[in-house]
Design a protein around this ligand. Sequence first.
Ligand code: SF4
Length: 484
Amino acid sequence: MCGVVGVVLPNRGHEAAGVAATALFALQHRGQESAGVGVSDGQHLMIYKDLGMVGQVLDERRIPSLAGDLAVAHCRYSTTGSTIWENAQPTLRLGPRRALAIGHNGNLVNTRELLDQLEGGRGRLPASTDTELLTALLADEPAADTVDALVRVLPRVRGAFSLVILDVERVIGVRDPHGFRPLVLGRLPVAPAADGSAGLWDDETGGWILASETAALDIVGAEYVRDVEPGEIVVLQAGREPVSVRYAAATPALCVFELIYFARPDSYMEGRNLYEARRQMGMQLAHEHPVEADLVMPVPDTGAPAAAGFAEASGIPYREGLVRNRYSGRTFIQPSQAMRQRGVNVKLSPLREVIRGKRLIVVDDSIVRGNTTAQIVGLLRRAGATEVHVRISAPPIYHPCFYGIDTAIETELIAATHTVEEIREFIGADSLGYLSVKGVLAGLDLPYDRFCFACFDGNYPEPVPYDVSSRKFVLEEPVVSGSR
Ligand code: SF4
């Protein structure tokens, strides 16, 4: 996944890095492995990045030393390249033609082909991410202007990429032609708010912000302007209106998982508030898989809106029976299975008074490998539940994602190798029901052709050209040189 932010904030104490870091806090759920910020003072680019959470890396001591009116920021969840300092973003490349810092949300699917196009090959890359490779290709491109370089390079790039790019004078937002990952444009306030209070950064020109989700605009008081369109480049410069350049025709396929699970419930996508969309999906789930029970219970936090919808549609009372440790990360995006397995008990504790002697409907948003759900069912049974009925507000995940979610390879996906009945048995539930693709669309009230549903139905909008098993470490394989 990853969260990205870009900020243009003229005439106001060179605070762009601070605003970008603040906005990035709202995107912490999108990546917890590393964080970083790139800043330009109009003459020089610099970056600061490290492994860790946003608050640990971009703390109050760090930000004042990053003065400038232009900034990009990034928090990482790895899909290409290991979790090492070198792979943290933004990338930075100071070349003879241009200086660039880039934050990338998504995952490229033709990394090997692009590597063949890089003069000097992999030895030139200081890190093993697809973003580093893309940064090098853009820095090498002979076109004098960064936007011209983008227009030449991007048509060769396949896969998912929502980018924030910093050169010395501009912040540039880019979305791939499918728009797999979201990217929104907002305006930082220029005038006092309606209630008479001052805007946070009210000056004569105001500023611009790009972010993965609208929740990041809210946290800095910015106003949503529009989505960056699939296939569009948006150029932001101090004191000017955004300039739009189209480099490819749009063939929209926004990741539907963003709406089901990944993005924050207070964010908006495709004109839908995601809490409300998930509540509607929960109502659909209740219609598709009704069952008699005493309580509807969410797996916190992400299962809560769908559980509320399920309770409303079924008329069964809603109760919270699992307490989440607020300071632990999300199970799904921790990078190793061992970490995921350790994670559950650290994260969830049962409320025995609520659970004991009850027939429960437990609502969650996905089952990937099945281990986490099995542990939750076990936790509830040990706490005294008499029945546990699991309801999932998404279809079964049959296929891997190549576009920026490290769901697992096909053989690790429990639905790819087991029937629903076998999964029920594995997780130890009394019954199991998944929402259908039709039910997701009914909940969203939007058509199928706006979205990518590939992990549910195998219909990949962008062909995936190489062996999946090595995709995450494609730039870490041994270099083969010469002949034997
Ligand atoms: S394959 Fe699944 S997770 Fe990946 S972009 Fe498509 S819908 Fe989203």
